[in-house]
Write a protein that binds this ligand. Structure first.
Ligand code: GLU
Length: 551
Protein backbone atom coordinates (compact mmCIF):
# COMPACT_ATOMS: atom_id res chain seq x y z
CA UNK A 1 0.00 0.00 0.00
CA UNK A 2 1.37 3.44 -0.82
CA UNK A 3 2.25 5.78 2.03
CA UNK A 4 -0.62 8.15 1.12
CA UNK A 5 -3.18 5.38 1.36
CA UNK A 6 -1.75 4.27 4.68
CA UNK A 7 -1.79 7.85 5.90
CA UNK A 8 -5.44 8.26 4.91
CA UNK A 9 -6.39 5.16 6.91
CA UNK A 10 -4.28 6.20 9.84
CA UNK A 11 -5.88 9.65 10.07
CA UNK A 12 -9.48 8.80 9.26
CA UNK A 13 -9.84 5.11 10.17
CA UNK A 14 -13.62 5.22 10.53
CA UNK A 15 -14.33 6.57 7.08
CA UNK A 16 -15.19 3.64 4.86
CA UNK A 17 -16.94 5.32 1.97
CA UNK A 18 -15.39 6.99 -1.06
CA UNK A 19 -16.59 10.13 -2.85
CA UNK A 20 -18.23 7.94 -5.51
CA UNK A 21 -20.81 6.94 -2.95
CA UNK A 22 -21.92 10.56 -2.47
CA UNK A 23 -21.63 11.42 -6.14
CA UNK A 24 -24.18 8.68 -6.80
CA UNK A 25 -26.34 9.66 -3.84
CA UNK A 26 -26.67 13.27 -5.02
CA UNK A 27 -27.05 13.12 -8.80
CA UNK A 28 -27.38 16.11 -11.13
CA UNK A 29 -30.64 17.99 -10.82
CA UNK A 30 -33.18 17.60 -13.53
CA UNK A 31 -33.87 21.20 -14.42
CA UNK A 32 -34.51 23.08 -17.62
CA UNK A 33 -31.61 24.64 -19.47
CA UNK A 34 -30.44 27.85 -17.86
CA UNK A 35 -32.15 27.22 -14.51
CA UNK A 36 -30.04 28.65 -11.73
CA UNK A 37 -29.55 26.80 -8.48
CA UNK A 38 -28.75 29.25 -5.71
CA UNK A 39 -28.72 29.27 -1.98
CA UNK A 40 -28.36 31.27 1.15
CA UNK A 41 -26.15 29.70 3.77
CA UNK A 42 -26.57 31.51 7.06
CA UNK A 43 -24.78 30.73 10.27
CA UNK A 44 -27.26 30.56 13.15
CA UNK A 45 -25.42 33.15 15.19
CA UNK A 46 -28.28 35.49 16.06
CA UNK A 47 -31.07 37.40 14.43
CA UNK A 48 -31.76 37.81 10.74
CA UNK A 49 -29.48 40.56 9.50
CA UNK A 50 -30.70 43.00 6.85
CA UNK A 51 -27.73 41.91 4.71
CA UNK A 52 -28.83 38.27 4.88
CA UNK A 53 -32.37 39.24 3.94
CA UNK A 54 -31.01 41.26 1.04
CA UNK A 55 -28.75 38.47 -0.22
CA UNK A 56 -31.61 36.00 0.17
CA UNK A 57 -33.87 38.24 -1.88
CA UNK A 58 -31.27 38.52 -4.62
CA UNK A 59 -30.86 34.75 -4.63
CA UNK A 60 -34.60 34.13 -4.56
CA UNK A 61 -35.35 36.46 -7.43
CA UNK A 62 -32.46 35.00 -9.44
CA UNK A 63 -33.90 31.52 -9.00
CA UNK A 64 -37.40 32.72 -9.81
CA UNK A 65 -36.26 34.59 -12.93
CA UNK A 66 -34.70 31.40 -14.33
CA UNK A 67 -37.20 28.78 -13.06
CA UNK A 68 -34.43 27.57 -10.80
CA UNK A 69 -34.12 26.51 -7.19
CA UNK A 70 -33.45 28.55 -4.10
CA UNK A 71 -32.38 26.53 -1.08
CA UNK A 72 -31.13 27.23 2.42
CA UNK A 73 -28.23 25.58 4.18
CA UNK A 74 -27.33 26.08 7.80
CA UNK A 75 -23.63 26.65 8.29
CA UNK A 76 -23.20 25.73 11.91
CA UNK A 77 -19.61 24.54 12.00
CA UNK A 78 -18.67 27.14 14.58
CA UNK A 79 -20.52 25.91 17.65
CA UNK A 80 -19.05 28.66 19.83
CA UNK A 81 -20.86 31.38 17.90
CA UNK A 82 -24.18 29.58 17.66
CA UNK A 83 -27.17 30.92 19.58
CA UNK A 84 -30.24 29.09 20.77
CA UNK A 85 -33.10 29.47 18.29
CA UNK A 86 -30.69 30.79 15.66
CA UNK A 87 -32.10 28.67 12.84
CA UNK A 88 -35.69 29.67 13.62
CA UNK A 89 -34.76 33.35 13.84
CA UNK A 90 -33.31 33.33 10.37
CA UNK A 91 -35.50 30.92 8.45
CA UNK A 92 -38.78 32.04 10.00
CA UNK A 93 -37.61 35.60 9.38
CA UNK A 94 -37.16 34.86 5.68
CA UNK A 95 -40.63 33.31 5.58
CA UNK A 96 -42.09 36.33 7.27
CA UNK A 97 -40.70 38.48 4.48
CA UNK A 98 -42.22 36.25 1.85
CA UNK A 99 -38.90 34.81 0.67
CA UNK A 100 -40.14 31.48 -0.54
CA UNK A 101 -37.74 28.62 0.15
CA UNK A 102 -37.83 25.69 -2.28
CA UNK A 103 -35.51 23.37 -0.44
CA UNK A 104 -33.35 22.99 2.64
CA UNK A 105 -34.67 24.45 5.88
CA UNK A 106 -38.10 25.68 4.89
CA UNK A 107 -39.00 26.60 8.46
CA UNK A 108 -37.12 26.66 11.73
CA UNK A 109 -37.77 22.97 12.21
CA UNK A 110 -38.56 21.44 8.86
CA UNK A 111 -36.18 20.34 6.14
CA UNK A 112 -37.18 19.50 2.59
CA UNK A 113 -35.29 18.11 -0.40
CA UNK A 114 -33.10 15.17 -1.41
CA UNK A 115 -29.71 16.88 -1.26
CA UNK A 116 -29.60 17.07 2.53
CA UNK A 117 -28.88 17.09 5.33
CA UNK A 118 -28.91 20.85 4.88
CA UNK A 119 -27.05 21.49 8.09
CA UNK A 120 -23.28 21.25 8.11
CA UNK A 121 -22.97 19.83 11.60
CA UNK A 122 -24.78 16.73 10.31
CA UNK A 123 -22.49 16.28 7.31
CA UNK A 124 -19.20 15.52 9.07
CA UNK A 125 -18.85 12.10 7.48
CA UNK A 126 -19.29 13.54 4.00
CA UNK A 127 -16.54 16.10 4.49
CA UNK A 128 -14.23 13.53 6.03
CA UNK A 129 -14.76 11.22 3.08
CA UNK A 130 -13.56 13.87 0.66
CA UNK A 131 -10.67 14.85 2.89
CA UNK A 132 -9.61 11.22 3.05
CA UNK A 133 -9.57 11.17 -0.73
CA UNK A 134 -7.36 14.27 -0.85
CA UNK A 135 -4.96 12.62 1.61
CA UNK A 136 -4.88 9.52 -0.59
CA UNK A 137 -3.93 11.72 -3.51
CA UNK A 138 -1.19 13.45 -1.53
CA UNK A 139 -3.13 16.73 -1.55
CA UNK A 140 -3.74 17.01 2.20
CA UNK A 141 -1.77 16.26 5.32
CA UNK A 142 -2.04 16.47 9.11
CA UNK A 143 -0.62 19.41 11.02
CA UNK A 144 0.23 19.13 14.69
CA UNK A 145 1.27 22.75 15.27
CA UNK A 146 -0.18 24.18 18.45
CA UNK A 147 -1.85 27.58 18.65
CA UNK A 148 1.28 28.91 20.36
CA UNK A 149 3.55 27.66 17.59
CA UNK A 150 1.35 29.24 14.93
CA UNK A 151 1.32 32.49 16.87
CA UNK A 152 5.11 32.41 17.08
CA UNK A 153 5.45 31.87 13.33
CA UNK A 154 3.09 34.73 12.75
CA UNK A 155 5.11 37.05 14.98
CA UNK A 156 8.29 36.25 13.12
CA UNK A 157 6.58 36.78 9.77
CA UNK A 158 5.16 40.11 10.89
CA UNK A 159 8.50 41.25 12.27
CA UNK A 160 10.27 40.39 9.03
CA UNK A 161 7.52 41.85 6.87
CA UNK A 162 6.66 38.49 5.33
CA UNK A 163 3.14 37.57 4.26
CA UNK A 164 1.62 35.74 7.23
CA UNK A 165 0.19 32.24 6.94
CA UNK A 166 1.07 28.59 6.61
CA UNK A 167 2.88 28.54 3.26
CA UNK A 168 6.26 27.67 1.79
CA UNK A 169 8.93 27.04 4.35
CA UNK A 170 6.55 28.13 7.11
CA UNK A 171 4.40 25.08 6.55
CA UNK A 172 6.26 23.07 9.15
CA UNK A 173 4.24 19.86 9.06
CA UNK A 174 4.09 19.63 5.27
CA UNK A 175 6.96 17.23 4.93
CA UNK A 176 6.60 15.02 7.98
CA UNK A 177 7.26 11.40 7.12
CA UNK A 178 4.64 8.72 7.56
CA UNK A 179 6.53 7.34 10.56
CA UNK A 180 6.77 10.74 12.21
CA UNK A 181 3.07 11.26 11.74
CA UNK A 182 2.25 7.80 13.00
CA UNK A 183 4.21 8.37 16.16
CA UNK A 184 2.41 11.63 16.89
CA UNK A 185 -1.01 10.18 16.14
CA UNK A 186 -0.34 7.20 18.38
CA UNK A 187 0.86 9.55 21.11
CA UNK A 188 -2.60 11.12 20.92
CA UNK A 189 -1.48 14.55 19.66
CA UNK A 190 -4.37 16.54 18.24
CA UNK A 191 -4.11 17.50 14.57
CA UNK A 192 -5.89 19.40 11.86
CA UNK A 193 -5.85 18.44 8.19
CA UNK A 194 -4.40 21.00 5.83
CA UNK A 195 -4.48 21.29 2.08
CA UNK A 196 -1.08 20.68 0.48
CA UNK A 197 -1.51 23.67 -1.80
CA UNK A 198 0.07 23.30 -5.24
CA UNK A 199 -0.56 27.03 -5.82
CA UNK A 200 2.08 29.60 -6.56
CA UNK A 201 1.74 33.18 -5.48
CA UNK A 202 3.38 34.36 -8.69
CA UNK A 203 0.53 32.94 -10.77
CA UNK A 204 -2.77 34.65 -11.22
CA UNK A 205 -6.25 33.25 -10.87
CA UNK A 206 -8.85 35.09 -12.91
CA UNK A 207 -12.60 34.81 -12.56
CA UNK A 208 -15.60 36.66 -13.81
CA UNK A 209 -17.74 37.80 -10.92
CA UNK A 210 -21.30 38.25 -12.16
CA UNK A 211 -21.71 41.46 -10.20
CA UNK A 212 -18.22 42.88 -9.89
CA UNK A 213 -16.83 41.83 -13.25
CA UNK A 214 -13.40 40.38 -14.00
CA UNK A 215 -11.25 39.85 -10.92
CA UNK A 216 -7.62 38.81 -10.86
CA UNK A 217 -5.84 37.62 -7.73
CA UNK A 218 -2.70 35.67 -6.87
CA UNK A 219 -3.12 31.92 -6.69
CA UNK A 220 -3.47 30.49 -3.22
CA UNK A 221 -0.28 28.97 -1.89
CA UNK A 222 -1.42 28.69 1.69
CA UNK A 223 -1.85 25.26 3.23
CA UNK A 224 -5.10 26.31 4.84
CA UNK A 225 -7.05 24.08 7.20
CA UNK A 226 -9.68 21.78 5.72
CA UNK A 227 -10.69 19.86 8.83
CA UNK A 228 -10.33 21.16 12.35
CA UNK A 229 -9.06 18.90 15.12
CA UNK A 230 -12.63 17.93 16.04
CA UNK A 231 -13.20 16.63 12.51
CA UNK A 232 -15.42 19.58 11.57
CA UNK A 233 -14.54 21.41 8.35
CA UNK A 234 -13.66 25.05 7.88
CA UNK A 235 -16.01 27.24 5.88
CA UNK A 236 -13.88 26.98 2.74
CA UNK A 237 -13.92 23.22 2.59
CA UNK A 238 -17.56 22.79 3.56
CA UNK A 239 -18.55 25.37 0.95
CA UNK A 240 -16.80 23.48 -1.86
CA UNK A 241 -18.22 20.10 -0.86
CA UNK A 242 -21.74 21.30 -0.21
CA UNK A 243 -22.13 23.52 -3.23
CA UNK A 244 -20.81 20.72 -5.40
CA UNK A 245 -23.04 18.00 -3.97
CA UNK A 246 -26.08 20.26 -3.85
CA UNK A 247 -25.37 21.33 -7.45
CA UNK A 248 -25.32 25.05 -6.82
CA UNK A 249 -24.77 26.79 -10.13
CA UNK A 250 -24.32 30.32 -8.79
CA UNK A 251 -22.72 31.15 -5.46
CA UNK A 252 -24.15 34.51 -4.48
CA UNK A 253 -22.98 35.73 -1.13
CA UNK A 254 -21.62 38.75 0.72
CA UNK A 255 -18.54 40.32 -0.82
CA UNK A 256 -16.48 39.75 2.32
CA UNK A 257 -15.78 36.36 0.68
CA UNK A 258 -14.14 37.74 -2.45
CA UNK A 259 -10.64 37.49 -1.05
CA UNK A 260 -11.20 33.77 -0.39
CA UNK A 261 -12.21 32.95 -3.96
CA UNK A 262 -8.70 31.79 -4.99
CA UNK A 263 -8.89 29.20 -2.21
CA UNK A 264 -12.34 28.14 -3.31
CA UNK A 265 -11.51 27.83 -7.00
CA UNK A 266 -8.43 25.83 -6.06
CA UNK A 267 -10.49 23.47 -3.93
CA UNK A 268 -13.14 22.95 -6.59
CA UNK A 269 -10.42 22.12 -9.12
CA UNK A 270 -8.39 19.81 -6.90
CA UNK A 271 -11.51 17.94 -5.93
CA UNK A 272 -12.42 17.55 -9.59
CA UNK A 273 -15.58 19.62 -9.26
CA UNK A 274 -17.01 22.07 -11.75
CA UNK A 275 -16.37 25.61 -10.47
CA UNK A 276 -19.67 27.42 -9.92
CA UNK A 277 -20.27 30.99 -11.04
CA UNK A 278 -19.68 33.58 -8.36
CA UNK A 279 -21.64 36.75 -7.66
CA UNK A 280 -20.51 38.81 -4.70
CA UNK A 281 -23.15 41.09 -3.30
CA UNK A 282 -22.04 44.45 -1.91
CA UNK A 283 -23.21 45.23 1.60
CA UNK A 284 -25.89 47.78 2.33
CA UNK A 285 -24.20 50.97 3.45
CA UNK A 286 -25.12 53.81 5.71
CA UNK A 287 -24.08 57.44 5.83
CA UNK A 288 -22.37 58.22 9.09
CA UNK A 289 -21.27 61.83 9.46
CA UNK A 290 -20.95 62.11 5.71
CA UNK A 291 -18.91 58.91 5.31
CA UNK A 292 -20.24 55.69 3.79
CA UNK A 293 -19.87 52.57 5.91
CA UNK A 294 -21.35 49.09 6.18
CA UNK A 295 -24.48 48.79 8.30
CA UNK A 296 -23.12 47.47 11.55
CA UNK A 297 -24.59 44.94 13.94
CA UNK A 298 -23.24 46.89 16.87
CA UNK A 299 -24.11 50.45 15.92
CA UNK A 300 -27.29 50.34 13.85
CA UNK A 301 -30.66 49.08 15.06
CA UNK A 302 -31.74 48.61 11.44
CA UNK A 303 -29.07 45.91 11.00
CA UNK A 304 -31.56 43.52 12.59
CA UNK A 305 -34.55 42.80 10.44
CA UNK A 306 -36.61 42.65 13.60
CA UNK A 307 -36.26 46.41 13.84
CA UNK A 308 -38.43 46.82 10.72
CA UNK A 309 -41.01 44.40 12.08
CA UNK A 310 -41.22 46.28 15.37
CA UNK A 311 -41.52 49.60 13.59
CA UNK A 312 -44.45 48.08 11.74
CA UNK A 313 -43.10 48.12 8.23
CA UNK A 314 -45.10 45.68 6.18
CA UNK A 315 -42.87 42.86 4.94
CA UNK A 316 -43.72 43.61 1.34
CA UNK A 317 -42.71 47.26 1.77
CA UNK A 318 -39.27 46.28 3.04
CA UNK A 319 -38.83 43.81 0.20
CA UNK A 320 -40.02 46.28 -2.38
CA UNK A 321 -37.54 48.81 -1.01
CA UNK A 322 -34.72 46.25 -1.07
CA UNK A 323 -35.62 45.57 -4.71
CA UNK A 324 -34.95 49.23 -5.51
CA UNK A 325 -31.51 48.79 -3.98
CA UNK A 326 -30.93 45.45 -5.68
CA UNK A 327 -31.69 46.51 -9.23
CA UNK A 328 -31.21 49.94 -10.75
CA UNK A 329 -33.98 49.22 -13.26
CA UNK A 330 -36.57 48.07 -10.73
CA UNK A 331 -38.22 51.47 -10.35
CA UNK A 332 -38.81 51.69 -14.11
CA UNK A 333 -40.48 48.29 -13.92
CA UNK A 334 -42.61 49.47 -11.01
CA UNK A 335 -43.73 52.64 -12.80
CA UNK A 336 -44.66 50.66 -15.90
CA UNK A 337 -46.36 47.87 -13.92
CA UNK A 338 -47.86 49.33 -10.77
CA UNK A 339 -49.96 46.23 -10.10
CA UNK A 340 -47.46 43.46 -10.78
CA UNK A 341 -45.69 41.55 -8.06
CA UNK A 342 -41.98 42.23 -7.71
CA UNK A 343 -41.58 38.53 -8.40
CA UNK A 344 -42.40 39.16 -12.04
CA UNK A 345 -39.47 41.52 -12.44
CA UNK A 346 -36.76 40.07 -14.69
CA UNK A 347 -33.74 40.38 -12.52
CA UNK A 348 -30.31 40.88 -14.01
CA UNK A 349 -27.27 40.67 -11.73
CA UNK A 350 -25.42 43.10 -13.98
CA UNK A 351 -27.73 45.87 -12.74
CA UNK A 352 -26.56 45.51 -9.17
CA UNK A 353 -24.55 48.15 -7.42
CA UNK A 354 -20.88 47.26 -7.40
CA UNK A 355 -19.91 49.45 -4.50
CA UNK A 356 -22.79 49.02 -2.06
CA UNK A 357 -26.05 50.93 -2.06
CA UNK A 358 -26.96 53.37 0.67
CA UNK A 359 -29.76 52.55 3.06
CA UNK A 360 -32.17 55.46 2.88
CA UNK A 361 -34.96 55.43 5.44
CA UNK A 362 -36.87 58.23 3.72
CA UNK A 363 -36.96 56.22 0.55
CA UNK A 364 -38.22 53.21 2.49
CA UNK A 365 -40.97 55.37 4.02
CA UNK A 366 -41.90 56.64 0.58
CA UNK A 367 -42.01 53.18 -0.98
CA UNK A 368 -44.09 52.00 1.98
CA UNK A 369 -46.61 54.83 1.74
CA UNK A 370 -47.19 53.97 -1.88
CA UNK A 371 -47.75 50.31 -1.20
CA UNK A 372 -49.93 50.85 1.86
CA UNK A 373 -52.05 53.38 -0.03
CA UNK A 374 -52.94 50.62 -2.50
CA UNK A 375 -54.04 48.17 0.17
CA UNK A 376 -57.73 47.82 0.98
CA UNK A 377 -59.07 49.13 4.28
CA UNK A 378 -59.69 45.55 5.33
CA UNK A 379 -56.12 44.54 4.64
CA UNK A 380 -54.67 47.54 6.43
CA UNK A 381 -56.87 47.09 9.47
CA UNK A 382 -55.99 43.40 9.70
CA UNK A 383 -52.30 44.09 9.41
CA UNK A 384 -52.43 46.83 12.01
CA UNK A 385 -54.38 44.58 14.36
CA UNK A 386 -51.77 41.86 13.97
CA UNK A 387 -48.94 44.27 14.52
CA UNK A 388 -50.58 45.86 17.58
CA UNK A 389 -51.25 42.44 19.07
CA UNK A 390 -47.51 41.87 19.14
CA UNK A 391 -46.19 45.33 19.88
CA UNK A 392 -48.84 47.64 21.40
CA UNK A 393 -51.31 46.13 23.85
CA UNK A 394 -53.22 49.32 24.52
CA UNK A 395 -53.80 49.97 20.84
CA UNK A 396 -54.70 46.35 20.24
CA UNK A 397 -57.39 46.33 22.89
CA UNK A 398 -58.96 49.48 21.41
CA UNK A 399 -58.83 48.17 17.85
CA UNK A 400 -60.11 44.73 18.65
CA UNK A 401 -63.12 45.96 20.65
CA UNK A 402 -65.03 46.72 17.48
CA UNK A 403 -63.30 45.45 14.37
CA UNK A 404 -65.99 46.81 12.06
CA UNK A 405 -65.27 50.31 13.43
CA UNK A 406 -61.53 49.68 13.00
CA UNK A 407 -62.00 48.61 9.42
CA UNK A 408 -64.19 51.62 8.69
CA UNK A 409 -61.51 53.93 10.10
CA UNK A 410 -58.79 52.49 7.93
CA UNK A 411 -61.02 52.49 4.88
CA UNK A 412 -61.30 56.27 4.80
CA UNK A 413 -59.71 57.71 1.66
CA UNK A 414 -58.73 54.25 0.54
CA UNK A 415 -60.08 51.88 -2.14
CA UNK A 416 -60.42 54.86 -4.50
CA UNK A 417 -58.64 56.20 -7.57
CA UNK A 418 -56.39 58.54 -5.62
CA UNK A 419 -55.90 56.96 -2.24
CA UNK A 420 -54.28 59.03 0.47
CA UNK A 421 -50.59 58.23 0.94
CA UNK A 422 -50.51 58.61 4.65
CA UNK A 423 -49.38 55.62 6.64
CA UNK A 424 -45.91 54.21 5.97
CA UNK A 425 -45.62 51.89 8.97
CA UNK A 426 -48.07 50.51 11.47
CA UNK A 427 -46.39 52.20 14.38
CA UNK A 428 -47.59 55.55 12.99
CA UNK A 429 -51.19 54.42 12.86
CA UNK A 430 -51.98 54.95 16.52
CA UNK A 431 -51.26 58.64 16.48
CA UNK A 432 -52.78 58.97 13.05
CA UNK A 433 -56.20 57.68 14.12
CA UNK A 434 -56.08 58.52 17.82
CA UNK A 435 -59.04 60.95 17.64
CA UNK A 436 -61.38 58.06 16.85
CA UNK A 437 -60.87 56.72 20.36
CA UNK A 438 -61.85 58.63 23.49
CA UNK A 439 -58.99 56.95 25.37
CA UNK A 440 -56.44 58.44 22.96
CA UNK A 441 -58.13 61.74 22.17
CA UNK A 442 -55.96 64.71 23.14
CA UNK A 443 -57.42 67.62 21.19
CA UNK A 444 -55.63 70.83 20.31
CA UNK A 445 -58.39 73.41 19.88
CA UNK A 446 -56.11 76.21 18.70
CA UNK A 447 -57.98 78.08 15.98
CA UNK A 448 -56.45 79.48 12.80
CA UNK A 449 -55.27 83.07 13.35
CA UNK A 450 -57.99 84.66 11.24
CA UNK A 451 -60.86 83.02 13.16
CA UNK A 452 -61.93 84.29 16.53
CA UNK A 453 -63.50 82.05 19.15
CA UNK A 454 -66.90 83.76 19.03
CA UNK A 455 -67.26 83.18 15.30
CA UNK A 456 -66.11 79.57 15.68
CA UNK A 457 -68.63 78.91 18.43
CA UNK A 458 -71.43 80.63 16.49
CA UNK A 459 -70.64 78.46 13.48
CA UNK A 460 -70.46 75.23 15.47
CA UNK A 461 -73.77 75.94 17.18
CA UNK A 462 -75.44 76.66 13.85
CA UNK A 463 -73.87 73.60 12.29
CA UNK A 464 -75.24 71.29 14.94
CA UNK A 465 -78.73 72.08 13.72
CA UNK A 466 -78.06 71.26 10.07
CA UNK A 467 -75.75 68.24 10.19
CA UNK A 468 -77.22 65.18 8.57
CA UNK A 469 -75.10 62.06 8.56
CA UNK A 470 -76.73 60.85 5.38
CA UNK A 471 -75.38 63.76 3.36
CA UNK A 472 -72.82 62.89 0.75
CA UNK A 473 -69.60 64.87 0.47
CA UNK A 474 -71.13 67.52 -1.74
CA UNK A 475 -74.22 68.03 0.40
CA UNK A 476 -72.02 68.01 3.49
CA UNK A 477 -69.90 70.85 2.19
CA UNK A 478 -72.92 72.74 0.85
CA UNK A 479 -74.30 72.85 4.39
CA UNK A 480 -71.15 74.62 5.56
CA UNK A 481 -71.33 77.02 2.65
CA UNK A 482 -74.94 77.83 3.42
CA UNK A 483 -74.00 78.96 6.90
CA UNK A 484 -71.34 81.35 5.60
CA UNK A 485 -73.27 84.54 4.70
CA UNK A 486 -75.03 84.83 8.07
CA UNK A 487 -71.66 84.57 9.82
CA UNK A 488 -69.88 87.04 7.56
CA UNK A 489 -67.85 84.42 5.65
CA UNK A 490 -67.65 83.93 1.88
CA UNK A 491 -69.29 80.76 0.58
CA UNK A 492 -66.87 80.66 -2.33
CA UNK A 493 -63.12 80.94 -1.96
CA UNK A 494 -63.01 82.85 -5.24
CA UNK A 495 -65.26 85.58 -3.87
CA UNK A 496 -63.15 85.81 -0.75
CA UNK A 497 -59.92 86.09 -2.75
CA UNK A 498 -61.36 88.81 -4.94
CA UNK A 499 -62.32 90.93 -1.95
CA UNK A 500 -60.84 89.64 1.31
CA UNK A 501 -61.60 92.85 3.24
CA UNK A 502 -65.35 92.22 2.98
CA UNK A 503 -65.25 88.81 4.69
CA UNK A 504 -64.04 87.24 7.93
CA UNK A 505 -62.91 84.24 5.94
CA UNK A 506 -64.38 81.57 3.66
CA UNK A 507 -66.13 78.21 3.80
CA UNK A 508 -62.81 76.38 3.91
CA UNK A 509 -61.95 78.19 7.15
CA UNK A 510 -65.19 77.06 8.70
CA UNK A 511 -64.60 73.48 7.66
CA UNK A 512 -61.26 73.79 9.45
CA UNK A 513 -63.11 74.88 12.57
CA UNK A 514 -65.33 71.84 12.26
CA UNK A 515 -62.31 69.60 11.72
CA UNK A 516 -60.67 70.98 14.84
CA UNK A 517 -63.84 70.42 16.84
CA UNK A 518 -64.29 66.83 15.68
CA UNK A 519 -60.72 65.61 15.57
CA UNK A 520 -58.77 68.09 17.65
CA UNK A 521 -56.35 68.67 14.77
CA UNK A 522 -56.09 70.64 11.55
CA UNK A 523 -54.93 67.97 9.23
CA UNK A 524 -56.89 64.76 8.69
CA UNK A 525 -58.32 62.63 5.90
CA UNK A 526 -61.71 63.50 4.51
CA UNK A 527 -63.76 65.00 7.35
CA UNK A 528 -67.16 64.05 5.97
CA UNK A 529 -66.07 60.38 5.99
CA UNK A 530 -64.58 60.71 9.46
CA UNK A 531 -67.86 62.05 10.79
CA UNK A 532 -69.82 59.22 9.20
CA UNK A 533 -67.53 56.63 10.74
CA UNK A 534 -67.74 58.28 14.17
CA UNK A 535 -71.51 58.54 14.04
CA UNK A 536 -73.74 61.51 14.72
CA UNK A 537 -73.86 61.18 18.50
CA UNK A 538 -70.14 61.23 18.93
CA UNK A 539 -69.79 64.14 16.49
CA UNK A 540 -72.33 66.19 18.44
CA UNK A 541 -70.54 65.37 21.67
CA UNK A 542 -67.25 66.44 20.16
CA UNK A 543 -68.73 69.72 18.95
CA UNK A 544 -70.12 70.46 22.42
CA UNK A 545 -66.81 69.66 23.99
CA UNK A 546 -65.02 71.99 21.58
CA UNK A 547 -67.52 74.78 22.16
CA UNK A 548 -67.05 74.62 25.90
CA UNK A 549 -63.30 74.76 25.60
CA UNK A 550 -63.38 77.65 23.11
CA UNK A 551 -65.70 79.85 25.16
N1 GLU B 1 -22.03 31.00 6.32
C1 GLU B 1 -21.50 32.00 5.46
C2 GLU B 1 -21.87 33.36 6.02
O1 GLU B 1 -22.77 33.42 6.85
C3 GLU B 1 -22.11 31.84 4.10
C4 GLU B 1 -21.34 32.36 2.98
C5 GLU B 1 -21.88 31.76 1.70
O2 GLU B 1 -22.99 32.09 1.31
O3 GLU B 1 -21.19 30.94 1.09
O4 GLU B 1 -21.27 34.34 5.69
Amino acid sequence: MSENLKLADLLLPDIDKTPDYYEALYPERDLKEGAKVVRVAPSPTGYLHIGTLFTSLVNRITATSSDGIFFTRIEDTDKKREVEGGIENIIDGLNRFGINIDEGFVSGKEEKGVYGPYQQSRRAEIYQTYVKELIRQGLAYPCFCSAEELEETRNVQEKDNIRTGYHGKWAKCRNLSFDEIKEKVEAGLPFVIRLKSPGNEENKVVFDDMIKGKIEMPENDEDFVLLKSDGIPTYHFAHAIDDHLMHTTHVMRGDEWISSVPKHIQLFRLLGFKVPKFAHVSPIMKLDNGAKRKISKRKDPEAAVHFFIEEGFDALCVIEYLMTIAASDFEDFRRANPDKSYKEFKFNLKKMSVSGALFDENKLLDVSKNIVSRMSGKEVSEKILNWAKEFDNEFYSLLSKDTAYTEAIFSIDRDCAKPRKDIAKWKEAKDYVSYFFEELFTPDYTLPENINANDAVAFLNAYKDVYDENDDRQAWFDKIKELCPALGFASETKAYKADPASYKGHAGDLSTVLRIAITGRRNTPDLCSIMKVMGKDKCMERIDRAISSML
